[in-house]
Design a protein around this ligand. Structure first.
Ligand SMILES: [Ca+2]
Ligand SMILES: [Ca+2]
Ligand SMILES: [Ca+2]
Ligand SMILES: [Ca+2]
Length: 317
């Protein structure tokens, strides 16, 4: 095992400080588990004790089911103890590293019927304030044209709850990614939840009708560049594949806020996840191969330090 090609690669990447993602193809349309390997990992709650599932907050609702505020259950994020609301995935699309997200919505409909923006929010410095949002825009004028977006915050609001966001949609820190014209391609997917694609949740139908998986991915390099842009965390923020951060999610009728469903109440603090990282390490269902490789890589790297160091970094004899 110690001399396996994977460990050599992991050790090399560790020494060189290059982010290394799980070497799987990230299929946005795949089941959550494929051939026993978890592709889409259910994100855990802040305490790391269970899946992060949507919480209520409207009119005393505590279920998170049918709690969206504008009347469209296609925008109602839902989950149960065995069916996560939010998933994260890492891998390659077309040979390029991508990061992806999947959310479980209460009602499956046609792509054209969805008039929403679905956001994942990120707290990179763990201060309880969202620093950036990534999502899919399915606004009416774009209902057949899925746009994966990275939205900055303009820092004028607290961004600690859905009602205090200042999402600067017009100031994207990256260009819009117009990745699909039909909602189902290599980067975006919308499908009915079934037992076949919802291996962990068993095809649960929350509130009596079929649920939907909304899935999207974006280039990892664009994700990192946005984080390190001056308007989000700043170029000095050291982000790599092992940096941990917390995520949450929301749906909205507008690009610049969250007004339909949030992971908790609109006026209470964001319901963020347990720490995740782009290498997937903090998420328990990481594949054995990945975990083993990452855990052993530093030791291997130490043993092989001279061999794998860049020539310029080697101590001079
Ligand atoms: Ca909710
Ligand atoms: Ca909900
Ligand atoms: Ca349902
Ligand atoms: Ca923050």
């Amino acid at each position: 095992m110690r001399n396996s090609p994977y460990l050599k690669l992991a050790g090399l990447l560790t020494v060189l400080g290059i982010p290394h993602l799980q070497a799987v193809v990230l299929d946005v349309g795949s089941a959550d588990v494929v051939n026993g390997v978890t592709v889409w990992r259910g994100v855990q709650n802040a305490a790391g004790t269970a899946y992060l599932i949507d919480q209520g907050g409207r009119n005393g609702d505590t279920t998170g089911i049918l709690d969206q505020q504008t009347g469209q259950n296609v925008s109602d994020m839902v989950g149960t103890a065995t069916a996560p609301t939010l998933y994260i995935g890492y891998g390659t699309i077309g040979g390029v590293d991508h990061i992806g997200f999947r959310m479980r919505l209460n009602e499956f409909s046609t792509v054209g019927a969805i008039k929403q923006v679905s956001y994942v929010g990120f707290d990179f410095d763990n201060n309880g304030a969202a620093d950036m949002f990534v999502g899919v825009n399915l606004k009416p004028q774009q209902s057949t044209n899925w746009v994966v977006v990275i939205a900055d915050t303009d820092n004028s609001g607290a961004n600690t709850s859905p009602s205090t966001t200042t999402i600067a949609y017009g100031q994207q820190v990256n260009p819009l990614y117009t990745l699909s014209t039909n909602g189902n391609d290599s980067y975006t997917n919308y499908q009915q939840v079934t037992a076949a694609n919802d291996i962990v949740g068993g095809g649960t139908m929350i509130s009596g009708n079929a649920d939907a998986f909304l899935t999207f991915a974006l280039p990892y390099s664009a994700f990192v560049a946005a984080i390190q842009s001056a308007t989000v965390m700043g170029p000095s923020f050291n982000f790599n594949a092992d940096t941990t951060y917390r995520i949450t999610a929301g749906t909205s009728q507008q690009e610049n806020n969250i007004n339909q469903d949030a992971m908790a109440g609109m006026s209470v603090a964001f319901n963020f996840s347990a720490p995740v990282s782009s290498s997937g390490n903090p998420i328990p269902e990481s594949s054995t191969v990945l975990l083993t490789g990452v855990m052993l890589a530093p030791a291997f790297a130490l043993l092989s330090r001279r061999r794998w160091m860049r020539p310029s970094a080697r101590p001079q004899a």
